[in-house]
Design a protein around this ligand. Sequence first.
Ligand code: PMP
Length: 395
Amino acid sequence: MYQHVQAYAGDPILSLVETFQQDPRPNKISLAIGIYFDNDGKMPLPASVLAAEQQIGFGVKSYLPMEGHAGFRAEVAKLILGADNAALAQNRVAAVQTLGGSGALKLGADFIHRWFPQAKVYVSDPTWDNHRGIFEGAGFEVGTYPYYDAQTIGVKFDEMCDFFRRQPENTVVLLHPCCHNPTGVDLSAEQWDTVLNIVAERKLIPFMDIAYQGFGDTFESDAYAIRKAVALNLPLFASCSFSKNMSQYGQRVGALLVLAPTPEEAQLVLGQMKFSVRRIYSSPPAQGGLTAYHVLSNPELAAQWQAEVYEMRDRIRAMRQKLYDVLSARLPERDFSYFIKQRGMFSYTGLTVEQVHRLRDEFAIYVLDSGRLCVAGLNDGNIDMVADAMAAVFA
Ligand code: PMP
């Protein structure tokens, strides 16, 4: 019956996690998966989020509407776009509660493919693998635009701009507003201004995926590119995720925002989003959406939550600094400053695939073959071992 069904090769990151779990070495360290761990190596639940969960309780929750909880949708729009954003007062933003950031990407991808069937999509080279997966799954041809420069461990900025200047109208460009996954290499505000002016001139469609708001710098500055796109009145799609910054991983909490030229068009977009949701999963999960709504809508909890996210951000920064200090002391001829310049949970370490395999085989330290390391997996208990092992393979 199913013999003609192709075998699934598996997801590279999740397969590596399985290999790690089967590794019998007691001193093994996983820095492969994108999860925030605290200094004890545990997945923390922010106290603000726990307080919200306790307020909601675990009683029966009815279905949410197709587009999700109205209060959640309004609060997320304010968090991402800024509470005083004129586009919100003008009712020009269609907002949908989604199944995590992945669900937001999928909903947006399906919508664009349905209504702009000629559009091509470009993702950064490299990007989070599933960006390609989700857009191809929606029927798009997906290409890459120049982004990461392995020579400088920075951005190929001129090449990226030239590439954007050559694209036809309605080409979708998938952008990471902050904490680029997998490289950790972000654009500066000035660079965003340049890129978004090109996007405006060429009439491209910017799809901004923000999964780490608050981990880069501040909630405001991490959303700089998104808010700039709104100020320029671009046909913006913004997908966001509360998996990391509210530890809602398994609850599946995210949102998709679409900026329309008029309130009437925003309603048309929202209507099609609801139609799409109805035909796939009908309505989003209630527990996580309500939790996030309670955190965001209560000024005290919201302030506490932001402070807790900044603590996570600062811990990640401290680990970056430590890595930089140890490696610079051990190999003074090499410049490791990229570790402290990169932002967010991930770092492109500059490790070659051979060096990555040596780390795994000789030291039981797991990073991705691309050299991506999850800085949030480092802690006071393992950082010395990791830094020493990295110095050994870099030498
Ligand atoms: N976008 C990026 C850049 C991500 O890193 C992730 C998750 N790792 C997602 C989207 C998906 O988010 P979620 O887990 O909430 O589906």
